[in-house]
Design a protein. Structure first.
Lengths: 434, 541
């Protein structure tokens, strides 16, 4: 394995709970050189560089970051904003947390470069409420950066004014949706807005706003420092470039965050994570967080990047790989996910409010042994009505696992219904925790 | 001149202004896009997802309410398999947790869920009823004095929330909880008590919000509906008067973007209740001992004529109107005053509470109890240069300056007004001849020497001029009881005693006479008056 980590270069091998890399150590290691270089470039050049790198959003949707930046109008009578999405709430995802905990200045540098490129004098880092320690780490890193002249009236003495604030959410999944996050940031009930207008035109406080994920922004300093060509050379192809953090969890020996060039297969990840837990056989896996469709074990060789996974009917999402072995009841797993989505649905739009709850109810009754013939078909039809009809992506997120279960793992559902109980007897008595 | 863009909906090509949303645009093409959360006066939230349509060149279905026509040549499909599947899916989602308690729901018959179920729904359910979500204990929450919430029926369209945020700007209502537990409610320590609060019942597409007034009063399919005007103040709100067998059950606002838009105030809504007051149904005369005797109309009119002629020859006569006197009635009163040769005439100016009904042009104000004082001024029912004003007339009657008083009382009964005060009534009893045309058995009628029963505004037609000097027509909604004549009939008959050649007998004919005298009404015809009213050039004070 000759791959040298990029994003985790300063954090690899750090002891759990170790203090983050401070600004001194960060600068000694070449930190803030990307920003210094960026400040000598024209903003449009930076955007072109990021475009050329092929960097796609690491938050889930995979939208090209440079293209997103270029949507920000050059002329605006309102201030522009960068909002860094650190509301990492997708079940199974914990990569942003690690990036913030271990190397906060890498994120601040990425944010600063982005702000300079789009002309935003203010950056908000919206962090989920549960990340208390991480928010404190960020705040102290920001303080350090202000003291070192990296932030404030004149960034690195180059006359660019930049302020950065950490904004803590209250822990709602929906606030990870970019417009839900903006509503929350503005102090309102966190629920997604109608799009268009997109945030690039009318975003935070009615002003043009870029919203990027933590990992996306952490890639930016490296692109500027080492060039778009270097970045584009990593990965599967020109549409899937750069390093990628994979969060592997579930039935593996060593769950955790692993960095690979984008397009690592599950087999590669399992090798790094010490193999399946207790040597048991793989049954299914979720490649991209709770909203991605389940894939069967025979897809473990598949390169996990944006396009290959989309072709396979799933998605890279946040690259939260959840591994399930042969002892797992998939109905129960997906029921638990549906329950999560039903709980986190904001409730404003019909297909999500009603559909997530209904899928949860149907899956619950199947798992409890009260399933009815035709329930699998009902799940397929119901999710078809939820798919692509809702205001934001949350309904589709629920569709991912539910539909893939009903379509690709139907025998398991039928077995539940026909035998009137969950066929995996070693599991704890089903708890009704409605 | 805004840009016109062409748009094809279900094969019908129309032209609309740039920026028009598809729900509005489709109406122009004669196509209905079903919707719940969209309301033309509220912010667009795209929540109910009922208005999904297929747009050529766009892969996913789009919501019609949030899609604006921005470029020429857009092609939209509503009658499309994909759209139908989506509509069926949304209806299913909306109904799975709906209690389906239509038999006991006030909204039944005018319910968005019922209507769209018929049009876009399925005839079967795949949902098991035992899984229905309910809000125990939230079946009848009084949100305020006029509105009751049944949370089980709510489809979370948030129209009511947006109404209180954006129209009344009072913000009493909020959207609480999340997901399928999401609910509407008032903020703690608050209640839905603003002057327009009942409008949330009108805009609620389902039976979640019901009006305290109308709850369980009537099944809506029994109601006959007639376009009318509210007479609660001089704002002149357009209403639909709804009655069952001549019993008025409710007023609902009727869209007139120039006046009350989609709204009306709670006070105005309640004004129909006055019409349940006891009526007088035949002319009656009161003698010196206070005994009343019913008369025929012929006797009533001739004795009115006699009394007025006699009084005019002996001294001064005053002609006075108050309440919902139509412009036509005011015109006839003026002609009568002319015939009696008196300049002491007018409409009582009775200031009332200040009300503003929002509309796109900043709203319409009302601050008088008399809904048509301006119409009476238009008809010339105002003191002449040498005449006395209404307050002077009242005083004159009391002090004996006037030997006879003709009072036209179109107002609501039992209300506190200039003619219900004890001191005035006492004085009127002692005064010379007092002739009252009115519809309710009021203290004023009891104090009159001669009373003639006339129709309420619901029982007659006419025009009213509101605070914007906008002349609006209303139609007869219900027939008058036996023995009661409309104000126009009664006054025209009385006028014929003085002017045997006076030919006009109907409201339209009287209006034609009025129109021939007033330049801003020249060429207008009662039956052809614009539906949203006629803005008069002159501003009537």
């Amino acid at each position: 394995m000759s791959y040298e980590p990029v994003l985790l270069r300063r954090s690899a091998g750090a002891a759990p709970g170790a203090p983050p890399v401070g600004i001194g150590a960060y600068r000694d290691d070449g930190g803030y050189e990307g920003l210094a270089k960026a400040l000598t470039m024209a903003p449009a050049e930076i955007i072109e560089e990021v475009k050329a790198s092929g960097l796609r959003g690491r938050g889930g949707a995979g939208f090209p970051a440079g293209v997103k930046w270029s949507f920000i109008p050059k002329e605006s009578d309102k201030p522009k904003y960068l909002v860094c999405n650190a509301d990492e709430s997708e079940p199974g995802t914990f990569k942003d947390r690690l990036l913030i905990e271990t190397d906060p200045h890498q994120l601040l540098e990425g944010c600063a470069i982005c702000c300079y490129a789009v002309g935003a004098p203010v950056c908000y880092i919206y962090i989920r409420g549960e990340y208390v320690r991480q928010a404190e780490i960020l705040e102290s890193a920001i303080r350090e950066a202000y003291q070192a002249g990296v932030l404030g009236e004149s960034v690195l003495g180059k006359g660019f004014k930049l302020d950065m604030r950490v904004h803590r959410g209250a822990g709602a999944y929906i606030c990870g949706e970019e417009t839900g996050m903006l509503e929350s940031l503005e102090g309102r009930r966190g629920q997604p807005r109608v799009k268009p207008p997109f945030p690039a035109i009318i975003g935070a406080f009615g002003a043009p706003t870029v919203i990027n994920n933590v990992e996306t922004l952490c890639n930016v300093p490296h692109i500027i420092q080492r060039g778009a060509d270097w970045f584009a050379g990593i990965g599967t192809d020109e549409r899937n470039t750069g390093p990628k953090l994979y969060c592997i969890s579930g039935h593996v020996e060593k769950p955790g965050v692993y960095e690979f060039p984008i397009g690592a297969s599950l087999d590669t990840l399992l090798e790094a994570a010490g193999g399946m837990l207790a040597g048991r056989a793989l049954k299914a896996f979720i490649p991209g967080g709770a909203s991605a469709a389940l894939l069967p074990a025979d897809k473990s060789h598949l390169p996990m990047d944006f396009d290959n996974l989309a072709k396979a009917g799933s998605m890279l999402g946040s690259a939260a790989v959840v591994v399930m072995d042969e002892t797992t009841c998939l109905v129960r797993s997906v029921y638990r996910l549906a329950k999560f989505f039903a709980h986190e649905s904001c409730g404003q739009c019909t297909p999500c409010r009603e559909g997530t709850n209904w899928s949860q109810l149907v899956l619950g009754r199947i798992e409890k042994g009260h399933g009815r013939p035709g329930d699998a078909e009902l799940l397929v039809r119901m999710t078809a009505n939820m798919s692509g009809t809702a205001l934001c992506a949350l309904a589709d997120a629920c569709v991912g696992p539910v539909r893939s279960l009903a379509q690709n793992f139907r025998p398991e559902i039928e077995e539940h219904i026909n035998s009137g109980r969950c066929p995996l007897p070693y599991r704890r008595v089903f708890e009704e925790t409605a | 001149m805004p840009d016109l863009l062409s748009l094809t909906i279900d094969g019908r090509t129309i032209e609309v202004e740039a920026g028009t949303n598809l729900v509005d645009a489709s109406l122009k093409a004669g196509v209905q896009i079903p919707h719940y959360c969209y309301h033309p006066r509220l912010s667009v939230v795209g929540q109910c997802r009922m208005c999904l349509v297929k747009i050529d060149g766009v892969p996913k279905l789009q919501t019609g309410c949030t899609t604006q026509v921005m470029k020429d040549g857009m092609t939209v499909h509503v009658d499309h398999d994909e759209v139908k599947t989506a509509q069926e899916g949304m209806m299913e989602f909306l109904l799975i947790n709906h209690p389906l308690d239509c038999p006991i729901c006030d909204q039944a018959g005018e319910c968005g869920l019922q209507d769209y179920s018929f049009k876009h729904g399925q005839a079967f359910s795949r949902f098991s009823y035992e899984d229905k979500r309910t809000y125990p204990g939230k079946e009848r929450i009084p949100l305020g004095p006029s509105v009751v919430l049944n949370m089980n029926r709510c489809i979370q369209c948030t129209r009511c929330v947006r109404f209180t945020e954006e129209i009344t700007e009072t913000g009493e209502l909020g959207f609480f909880q999340r997901g399928s537990r999401a609910e509407i409610g008032v903020f703690p320590g608050n209640e839905l008590d603003n002057p327009l609060s009942t409008c949330v019942v009108d805009i609620c597409p389902v039976g979640a919000l019901t009006s305290t007034e109308f709850r369980f009063a009537e099944r809506v399919w029994y109601l006959d509906k007639k376009p009318s005007l509210c007479t609660g103040c001089d704002a002149g709100c357009n209403i639909t008067l709804e009655h069952r067998r001549e019993n008025i059950r409710r007023y609902k606002p009727r869209l007139n973007a120039e006046v009350n838009d989609h709204w009306m105030c709670d006070y105005g809504r309640g004004t129909f209740r006055a019409y349940s007051e006891p009526r007088i149904t035949s002319p009656e005369r009161r003698n010196a001992r206070g005994e009343t005797r019913a008369l025929s109309w012929a006797d009533g009119l001739s004795s009115a004529h006699r009394a007025l002629t006699q009084a005019a020859s002996m001294g001064r006569v005053g002609v006075l109107a108050r309440g919902a006197t139509t412009t036509e009635e005011a015109y006839l009163l003026r002609r009568l005053a002319d015939a009696l040769g008196t300049g002491d005439r007018g409409v009582l100016h009775e200031p009332g509470p200040e009300r503003t009904i929002p509309n796109p042009n900043g709203g319409v104000r009302g601050n008088e109890l008399t809904p048509n004082r301006r119409g009476a001024l238009l008809a010339g029912l105002a003191p002449t240069d040498t005449g006395t004003d209404p307050n002077g007339i009242l005083e004159g009657a009391v002090t004996g300056d006037h030997s006879a008083l003709l009072i036209f009382d179109g107002g609501a009964a039992g209300k506190d007004n200039a003619l219900s005060r004890q001191s005035v009534l006492e004085a009127l009893r002692r005064a010379g001849t007092v002739i009252v045309l009115g519809w309710a058995r009021t203290a004023l009628v009891d104090a009159a020497d001669l009373a003639l029963p006339i129709a309420t505004h619901a029982e007659t037609a006419g025009t009213l001029v509101n605070s914007q000097s906008r002349l609006q027509r209303f139609e007869r909604a219900i027939p008058a009881p036996a023995g009661v004549r409309s104000g126009v009939e009664a006054l025209a008959d009385l006028l014929r005693f003085f002017e045997p050649d006076f030919g006009a007998a109907t409201v339209a004919e009287v209006f034609a006479l009025l129109a021939s005298e007033i330049s801003s009404l020249a060429g207008t015809d009662f039956d052809q008056l614009p539906a949203n009213g006629l803005q008069l050039e002159e501003r009537l004070g």
